[in-house]
Design a protein around this ligand. Structure first.
Ligand code: PEP
Length: 251
């Protein structure tokens, strides 16, 4: 059975002291049976890594530059993320794509780099409201997935998670209905294992993200097709994030 993965994306929230407090509460949890990963802002990564270093909690970078070093003012490299203890990296979050113009080609470069450097890459894909209404959801998913993963070897799948995050559901309070998420998750699995030819035996986890809360997490995470969650707003609060973690443990 696949171990569920729950990732908390703290985005541009929390000062270092707040991030450390929340990390400490999470570090004290007995979280056997679920992989819990947190993605604090860059400025808190090192401090948080010191708090969680002897625990099962994982640390993720929310983003990184696709070059390893150089004159890229304001950017952070994968080596820097590794240096502060990150083993996971989010790639192609819709906010990066929409607000910072990240393309599928850029996402692809980052996925290759992350996997080469031994990270677990979490690639985020999802359709906008207009695309869903135009009946283009699966086409968009296929394009983002195939372009984002182009050229990866079959074994790479062991180091990959795909987060299906409908853009209309992120931060809006409008989560996808379980059957909408399941339809897309099945499609992603089909693309990964049939079209892209990855090995089924070691399959990637497919997460759902988009307004996951303590109220809706149970019905989403109890679906066999949903291997975990990428959580934004509800991961900023211990009680709500813990409720989601628990529901991944006890579907
Ligand atoms: C996200 O940022 O990936 C996300 C899913 O946010 P929220 O849970 O707030 O919708």
């Amino acid at each position: 059975m696949t171990t569920p993965l729950v990732v908390g994306n703290w985005k541009m929230n929390m000062l270092a002291s707040e991030a450390c407090n929340l990390a400490q509460s999470l570090a004290d949890l007995p979280v056997e049976g679920v992989d819990v990963v947190i993605a604090p802002p860059f400025t808190s990564l090192y401090a948080v890594s010191q708090i969680i270093k002897n625990t099962r909690l994982g640390l993720a970078g929310q983003n990184f530059h696709s070059e390893l070093k150089g004159a890229y003012t304001g950017e952070v490299s994968l080596e820097m993320l590794k240096d502060v203890g990150c083993k996971y990296a989010l790639i192609g979050h819709s906010e990066r794509r929409q607000l910072f113009g990240e393309s599928d080609a850029e996402v692809n470069k980052k996925v290759h780099l992350a996997i080469e450097m031994g990270f677990n890459a979490v690639i985020c894909i999802g359709e906008t409201q207009e695309q869903r209404e135009a009946g283009e959801t699966l086409k968009v998913i296929e394009t983002q997935l195939c372009r984002g993963l182009a050229g990866l070897s079959g074994e790479s799948i062991a180091h990959l998670a795909v987060a299906y995050e409908p853009v209309w559901a992120i931060g809006t309070g409008l989560n996808a209905a379980p059957e909408q998420a399941v339809e897309v998750h099945k499609f992603i699995r089909k693309i990964l294992f049939e079209t892209q030819g990855f090995s089924v035996k070691i399959g990637a986890r497919i997460l759902y993200g988009g307004s996951v809360t303590p109220d809706n997490c149970k019905e989403l995470l109890s679906e066999e097709e949903i291997d975990g969650a990428l959580v934004g707003g509800a991961s900023l609060n211990f009680e709500s994030f813990y409720a989601i973690i628990k529901s991944a443990l006890e579907p």
